[in-house]
Unconditional design. Structure first.
Lengths: 526, 289
């Protein structure tokens, strides 16, 4: 009896852990069908015409703690609406959605998989493209000037589920950045071809560029722990491919970068370098933070995980570590032209709650407000930067936050400025100018002019087969590519094996669907 | 008895292995503490950090001058102190009757309580429940839902069962009622197990953040671990997202290290004093049935 009870206790402890583990994964249960807007804000503004009430959460950070902030009042007055502030963070937003609290305007950082689920579960509103074009003419013109196919991303089961968004930085490439002192010491300039790059790796490894008398430096490491698309992206780009992107094949079908011959050839070269000891063997576990640390503490002389705006922000760090960064272009290789990997400009659209679909007046009002938020200078400046003269002033054409607002985030929240009321912060061409002071513009020009980029041809496109298989396929690919890179000259057999496995494990379905979607889009454009 | 050579060698190897284990466990702490006192370039240096080569207090100044940190600290102390006290109190009230063999349907009640260990509602039903109970954005949401940790309660019940009933009968003859017996006889005899359970509960309270993330949106009611997470985890892509919580990218790693150190400090200070009960209490509580 005693033993039995002890056993029960132990068993129950183990089981409770198992169950706790399960229940924390249950975040995907379908939401309750009735939606309730939380009405915490009771300070109703009395207008002659009853103002429309809009539940707002433009972002899951920069959430104002108080109701009735400066920006809220400004917008309410301007558009004769009433905002109900929906408060959530990245962690609990989905739980709140699942419990039936659905905002009218969703935060701008939603993933494509959530978008599809929510579209099918009736959480988000479908909005016709014509209506968006009618009520958001300026914004639509902006978006289409960047990518006329921006609408593709929001289509789920033939219906449009959001307002297309683009990210202007996303269209620029990842910049190969070299340690200038090391290059000088090696007597070479920034490499422009794969051969020169290899020479650089050899010199950085063998010629003791940091001058401490030990062979403890590497030419490069790679982002192997997370964001695998960035792993050795410069080398893969020289072959005109990225193993983690979709690519258009010569026959007009869609192919996955990882199973192409180009990726295999590039991996062979990387494998050769690995075997020669030119690549930091820790690349498998390096994330962006560690790579930055290695570059700044002069353990590696080359970094490839930054876009121009990251580098712009790191100037001071480089200076403090006495590194003169030298920015290169893509390497000339088998692709025949210098290419750089890019994330692409398309993003998941801005979503509206399903209750908006039925309420015509509200939907139209929201679209009109969003159009102004993105493209009207005065409204954009006020929502993002606050009051001229008090929280910001214009210097050389760009707004600069004034002290104490510049350094105190809490004060900014108190005003409601930032992205909470403006989901198009840094996302619209018309108002992009306010984020680009001349030196940043020059820097961008210097780093990105005349460079050609390769990006995923599909972007964040929704594919059913992708949702079904992709997590497994990516895990498979991570494993095989790491194995191939550190193998003893067995890249061919490993990657052939990978290709077979990948196609069998659902990859073929993904490719078929991707090709179908892609060709449909191509046809629709003609 | 004199130890043989073999035994001596064995002891020697044991000591070496255990010392190595200790170093492996202590080093991460030293590393983090050292980085928190380092200048930016020193903090970025790869390799071992046993002590900061140049002491730079900027990170600590930045962390300790954050209002958030102190708000979080206050709330964490509140939930730990009040939560632990209430848990012990209510748990004793629950465990004592269940430990008495003369309570009718004792097994039935125990099983019902045990059942909650096997089955929980999951995140969303719990969220809805908390919302209906009007506990959203209330400090009590930290304490009330987990007021009686089932496993701890059963450990306590088992401990109470190990106390001879004769003591109770004796007190009854002397005129004590049930409440008096619990508070003046049983609880004082249960100090080791109470200390253990208090430690479990306190550490649990101090470390938990998920309830704060789910149920609290009012920043003035957030706990320290939430801000710690904000600074250490969520903030990693600050430059891209333009949402640097601390607003100082230069000192980022030192600030993270200082925040982590600050957050573990209270537990680190309390732990050694309760540790002896911890070992003793676990042994006693678990083996009696």
């Amino acid at each position: 009896m005693k033993k039995g009870f002890k056993f029960t206790l132990v068993l129950s402890l183990v089981l409770s852990m198992v169950i706790a583990g399960c229940s924390s994964n249950s975040g995907n249960t379908p939401p309750a069908s009735t939606s309730k807007t939380n009405s915490t804000n009771n300070q109703a503004t009395t207008e002659n015409e009853e103002p429309i009430e809009i539940t707002m959460i433009g972002s899951t950070w920069e959430v104002p703690e108080e109701d009735g902030t400066f920006v809220q009042q400004y917008l309410e007055e301007k558009f004769n609406v009433k905002f109900v502030n929906y408060r959530a963070n990245d962690e609990n937003f989905k739980v709140q959605i699942a419990s039936g609290e659905i905002p009218d305007i969703f935060p701008h950082n939603i993933g494509e998989a959530d978008m599809v689920n929510w579209a099918r579960q009736g959480v988000i509103a479908s909005i016709s493209v014509e209506e968006i074009k009618q009520y958001m003419p300026n914004y639509v013109a902006d978006v289409e000037s960047i990518d006329p196919n921006a609408w593709d991303i929001g289509i789920v089961d033939g219906k449009n589920y959001g307002i297309p968004r683009v990210w202007l930085n996303g269209s620029t490439g990842f910049i190969p950045t070299y340690n200038g002192e090391w290059l000088d010491k090696a007597g070479i300039g920034a490499p422009t071809t794969l051969e020169e790059f290899e020479q650089m790796l050899v010199k950085f490894r063998n010629d003791d560029p940091d001058g401490n008398g030990q062979q403890d430096t590497y030419g490069m490491t790679g982002r192997g722990k997370d964001a695998r698309a960035q792993l050795f992206n410069t080398v893969y780009a020289a072959y005109g491919v990225n193993p983690y992107h979709f690519k258009e094949a010569a026959d007009g079908t869609i192919i996955w970068g990882g199973i192409t011959d180009e990726a295999k050839e590039a991996t062979k070269l990387i494998n050769k370098w690995y075997r020669e000891g030119l690549i930091d063997p820790e690349f498998m576990t390096d994330d962006n933070g560690l790579i930055g640390q290695k570059f700044n503490s002069k353990k590696v002389g080359f970094i490839e995980t930054n876009m121009y705006h990251h580098l712009y922000g790191q100037q001071q760090t480089f200076a403090e570590n006495e590194i003169t960064p030298v920015y290169g272009k893509g390497l000339l290789g088998p692709a025949g032209k210098p290419l750089q990997m890019s994330n692409g400009a398309l993003q998941v659209p801005l979503l509206l709650g399903s209750q908006v679909e039925k309420d015509d007046a509200k939907r139209i009002k929201i679209l009109q407000i969003l159009n102004e938020l993105a493209t009207n200078d005065e409204i954009y400046l006020t929502t993002v930067f606050g009051q001229e003269g008090e929280t910001y002033e214009i210097q050389d054409g760009v707004p600069v936050l004034l002290e104490p607002y510049a350094s105190d985030g809490d004060l900014r929240l108190g005003k409601g400025i930032g992205g909470y009321y403006n989901p198009f912060i840094e996302r619209a061409v018309s108002t992009w100018k306010f984020h680009m002071p001349q030196d940043r513009l020059d820097f961008k020009e210097q780093l990105t002019a005349d460079s050609e980029v390769i990006a995923d041809v599909l972007g964040p496109t929704v594919l059913d087969s992708k949702a079904k298989y992709f997590a497994n396929l990516n895990a498979l690919q991570d494993e095989y590519f790491t194995k191939a890179i550190i193998s003893n000259d067995e890249v061919d057999s490993i990657l052939d094996d990978f290709k077979a496995q990948w196609l069998k494990a659902g990859g073929q379905d993904v490719l078929d669907e991707a090709t179908k979607v892609y060709q449909e889009r191509q046809a629709a454009r003609q | 008895m004199k130890a043989t050579i073999g035994e001596n060698i064995f002891q020697f190897i044991l000591i070496i292995v255990i010392s190595l284990l200790c170093i492996v466990m202590i080093y991460p702490f030293i590393h983090i503490v050292s980085i928190s006192f380092s200048s930016p370039s020193e903090a970025l240096r790869l390799g071992f950090h046993l002590y900061p080569k140049e002491i730079d207090m900027t990170a600590w100044n930045l962390v300790l001058s954050q209002k958030k940190i102190w708000i979080g600290f206050g709330n964490s102390v509140f939930r730990t102190v009040v939560g632990t006290f209430l848990t012990l109190f209510i748990m004793s009230l629950c465990a004592y009757p269940l430990s008495r063999k003369y309570l009718p349907h004792r097994t039935f009640y125990t099983m019902i309580i045990l059942f909650t260990m096997f089955f929980g509602g999951g995140i969303i039903p719990t969220y809805l429940l908390i919302k209906e109970l009007d506990l959203m954005n209330s400090l009590w949401v930290y304490i009330v839902p987990g007021l009686i940790p089932t496993f701890s309660m059963l450990v306590l019940r088992n401990f109470f069962m190990s106390i001879p009933t004769e003591i109770e009968e004796c007190s009854k003859i002397d005129g004590a009622n049930d409440i008096r017996i619990l508070f003046q006889i049983i609880l004082p005899l249960s100090k080791p197990v109470l200390a253990t359970l208090a430690l479990w509960t306190a550490v649990g309270h101090w470390n938990s953040w998920f309830d704060a993330v789910l149920y609290i949106s009012d920043q003035s009611k957030q706990v320290l671990q939430f801000f710690l997470r904000e600074i250490v985890v969520t903030n990693t892509d600050a430059e891209t997202l333009g949402r640097s919580v601390v607003g100082n990218l230069k000192y980022e790693s030192a600030i993270k290290a200082a925040t982590v150190t600050f957050a573990i400090l209270p537990i680190l200070v309390v732990y050694p004093f309760l540790q002896k009960y911890f070992v003793k209490g676990t042994m006693i509580g678990s083996l009696k049935g």
